[in-house]
Design a protein around this ligand. Structure first.
Ligand SMILES: [Fe+2]
Length: 296
């Protein structure tokens, strides 16, 4: 599938960066990236030097979504399209580009209140990625760092940002009753063969956090299980135990990070193709599992 952009990097602003860093490395199996300075930590899940940024602050949420253009042509095209649809980007400074390890960065914001960056040419680490914990590695080639699921108040404008601004395509959606009379609607969007890089959940009021979860995909099914065991041994809270998602087909689990948002480790998510003919409604989030998991 030819594509113009990938979800290249993510930044979290949290009150306990050390605790989140420990979860990213000791549980999820990421490696440290080179030190960006400025009191910011960087981690990676492939050869790209900086994929996940953690900075100190009371927000305890995602703060920046970074998409990387696959070519200069795509970089210009996406910039123009965002501008034409009412989401202009400004030129990033050399410092902003250097922080991301990018040749060039343009900066804007999303309708759901996060910073948005469009980057060109992310720098690779001087060493090939090899995680002692995730020996099979993470699935990132041509699909980016992972995916995010976000709770948004202005759904129409948020969707317009993705569909019109970024030319993303809806993969499918879920409508399900989570409690008597309370319906959950989540829509999933792709910009390459990853089933979704962004999912939007409609929420009726401010939940105090935009990020529901950040997911990374491992290449080997057993690496989901090993990550589960490490999270268990670390005493983490499991928001959802092992299960398989109905629409995307991923085998995964969710832990609650010290910042309150969730981290999902998954495997086996279905690929989308072009033209995509799988856009339909699903009635449930999970085929099986993903129950809240109480610790003894
Ligand atoms: Fe997910």
């Amino acid at each position: 599938m030819s594509h113009g952009i990938e979800f290249g990097y993510v930044e979290f602003t949290v009150s306990d960066p050390v605790a989140l860093g420990a979860t990213l490395t000791s549980v999820a199996g990421l490696l440290p990236g080179s030190d960006p300075g400025q009191g910011i930590w960087a981690y990676r899940n492939d050869d790209v030097d900086r994929r996940v940024f953690v900075r100190g602050g009371e927000r305890n949420d995602c703060s920046t979504l970074g998409f990387v253009a696959v070519s200069e042509e795509a970089f210009e095209k996406v910039t123009q399209r965002l501008g034409a649809t009412g989401f202009p980007l400004r030129e990033g400074t050399d410092e902003e580009a250097s922080l991301r390890g990018a040749r060039h960065v343009r900066v804007g914001s999303t309708p759901w209140g996060l910073n948005f960056e469009l980057a060109l040419d992310l720098t690779n680490s001087s060493t090939a990625f090899s995680s002692p914990l995730v020996t099979g590695g993470f699935q990132t080639a041509g699909v980016g760092v992972g995916h995010t699921a976000l709770a948004v108040l202005d759904f129409a404008e948020s969707e317009r940002f993705l569909l019109e601004g970024l030319s993303m395509v809806q993969s499918d959606w879920v409508e399900t009753d989570i409690m008597d009379g309370i319906e959950l609607e989540v829509r999933f969007y792709h910009c390459n063969s990853r089933h979704h890089s962004v999912a939007l959940a409609k929420v009726p009021f401010d939940l105090g956090k935009v990020l529901h979860h950040f997911q990374m995909e491992v290449n080997e099914r057993d690496d989901v299980g090993y990550a589960f065991d490490r999270a268990w041994a670390a005493g983490m809270e499991f928001a959802n135990g092992l299960g398989v998602h109905d629409n995307e087909g991923a085998f995964s689990f969710y832990v609650t990070t010290s910042a309150g948002f969730l981290l999902e480790v998954g495997h086996g998510t279905k690929k989308v193709y072009d033209p995509w003919d799988g856009n339909r409604k699903y009635d449930s989030i999970s085929r099986w599992g993903h129950q809240p998991l109480a610790r003894p």
